[in-house]
Design a protein. Structure first.
Length: 505
């Protein structure tokens, strides 16, 4: 077995998912299940075969072990695309239906933005039933059919619904592949060609329908319906923090703070998002591994400074990171960063040297076992490639500078440049493919903006906890506004440089 077993297993696991995507429809779940079982039995059988040498037994067992991992990953992928007859993907055969829907809000507002003079809010919606030929609901005098599956619901309303709200909606249910609008897609102003597929993006998140409804056609049936108490508390905390940013900070800077701390970009102006995109610092607008890593590092040194025992401080940090992951909606980038940090902290507690490749692989496996289709998500790919490139290229570039440069220049100037360059090398082909965009200025812009982000992240966390104190809350709000304005200025400056970003047809 390799010195990096998790990394090897992750490679074969990803291979299994990719192969499963291109399997013909004639190959069913049962076929792959039988193959997986055979490979697992052979992996167990061969080490005990007396006719083979020890080396032969080990290598043969490893082959079948890796084949088992590959077929098991394929099994998970096929299973993630196998739905019951009453799943919304099976029910929604037509382009769209105008009907009644009963379901549950399963997320905070994903997007809130003006829409024809009103506010349009988008949520994750778990469908329970739609109006149709089925069991008669005596209370409402209508016939309903039980339906399962996730949808994205857009409601034109000033009211903000919460996680666990059960709604009766009269509206239009649409298959995502017929969706004309594409709010997630990054448009190329010089070319409309893109490899970003919005329907596929939603499908990777197991969302198979889009519901549009107006305020007058939504009836609230109950609160906290089948809600998870931990998620409920996390989302309530999220709302309280969000409201503090709304009350005590200007709209643009408050929206930015919500983006970097809560992963909520719903109210961040388009011109600011464009500036970050064109300066190559778009990753700053999301809760990324950088943000999580900065927070974890700060608390490690803070607890060490105030003299708290390592076992207690590391346990507290891990609990906080899990809560942060729930607070931000468990996006792949946050989950990857949190898992990596937790594995690293556990290794430190056990006195083990933590291999970064294995740590990254464990994070990838954690996410992909939960949802194998995340491997096809652009954010997942860019997030992991950036970290992998930094792990691989940074030490090699730094060795080239060994002994030839002043130590302070190397530490404070060249080291950030090399890290930024390493991340850019790994993500460049995918950004070019998906978005038809080349941003050479990102290597420089990240050097200036990322250090400010560290200060802002810590200050933002302090504000989240202490904003209720009159003087301290106002001071931290002003401090955050100052640093946010500085980041805006730098992003706009680098975005405006000639040849800093190039669109390709």
């Amino acid at each position: 077995m390799s010195k990096r077993p998790a990394a090897v297993i992750a490679i074969f696991f990803i291979l299994g998912i990719v192969l499963a995507k291109f399997l013909p429809d004639s190959i069913k779940f049962l076929h792959i299940f039988i193959i997986t079982l055979i490979f697992m039995l052979l992996a167990l059988f061969f080490p005990f075969t007396p006719t083979l040498s020890p080396e032969g037994r080990g290598s043969t067992a490893n082959i079948f072990l890796f084949l088992s991992v590959t077929s098991f990953a394929a099994l998970l992928y096929v299973n993630s695309n196998t739905f019951p007859n009453n799943h919304i993907s099976q029910v929604l055969k037509e382009e769209k239906l105008k009907t009644g829907i009963v379901g549950i809000i399963k997320s905070p507002a994903l997007v809130r933005k003006p829409y024809y003079g009103k506010i349009s809010s988008t949520y994750l919606f778990e469908i329970e039933a739609i109006e149709g030929q089925g069991t008669r609901d005596k209370e409402q005098g209508k016939e309903w059919v039980e339906v399962t599956g996730l949808a994205q619901i857009r409601i034109q309303t000033e009211e903000e619904y919460r996680y666990g709200d059960r709604l009766l909606v009269k509206g239009t249910v649409r298959n995502p592949k017929f969706e004309t609008r594409n709010p997630k897609q990054i448009q190329n102003p010089k070319s409309q060609k893109t490899h970003f597929n919005y329907a596929a993006y939603l499908e990777n998140q197991n969302i198979f329908a889009i519901i549009n409804a107006s305020e007058k056609n939504v009836t609230l049936l109950s609160h906290n319906y089948k809600s998870n108490p931990i998620l409920k508390y996390a989302y309530l905390t999220r709302d309280k923090i969000k409201n503090q940013f709304l009350v005590k900070m200007p709209p643009d800077t408050g929206a930015f703070m919500r983006a970097i701390l809560l992963g909520d970009r719903s109210e961040l102006p388009k011109d600011i998002q464009t500036a970050f995109k064109n300066s190559g610092t778009m990753h700053i607008l999301a809760i990324s591994g950088l943000n999580v890593g900065l927070v974890a590092a700060f608390f490690v040194y803070f607890f060490r400074f105030i003299g708290i025992r390592r076992e207690i401080s590391y346990a507290a940090i891990m609990i906080f990171l899990v809560f942060l992951m729930l607070l931000t909606g468990m996006s792949p980038s946050v989950t990857r960063a949190v898992v990596m940090c937790i594995v690293f902290l556990i290794g430190m507690l056990l006195g083990r040297v933590v291999d970064p490749y294995n740590t990254l692989a464990i994070a990838a496996l954690f996410i992909l076992i939960k949802n194998p289709k995340d491997i096809f998500d652009v954010g997942f790919q860019l997030s992991f490639l950036a970290v992998l490139s930094m792990i691989y290229f940074t030490p090699r570039f730094m060795r080239l500078l060994k002994g030839s440069v002043n130590i302070y220049i190397k530490k404070y100037l060249l080291s950030p440049f090399v890290v930024s360059l390493s991340a850019s090398i790994g993500t460049f082909p995918f950004i070019l493919y998906y978005f038809r965009m080349f941003v050479p200025i990102s290597i420089i812009s990240n050097i200036f903006i990322v250090p400010l982000m560290f200060v802002l992240m810590i200050s933002g966390l302090c504000f989240s906890v202490l904003s209720w104190l009159p003087f301290i809350g106002n001071f931290l709000a002003s401090f955050n506004h100052f640093f946010t304005s500085a980041i805006f200025f730098l992003a706009e400056f680098f975005a405006g440089l000639e040849f800093g970003h190039l669109y390709l047809g």
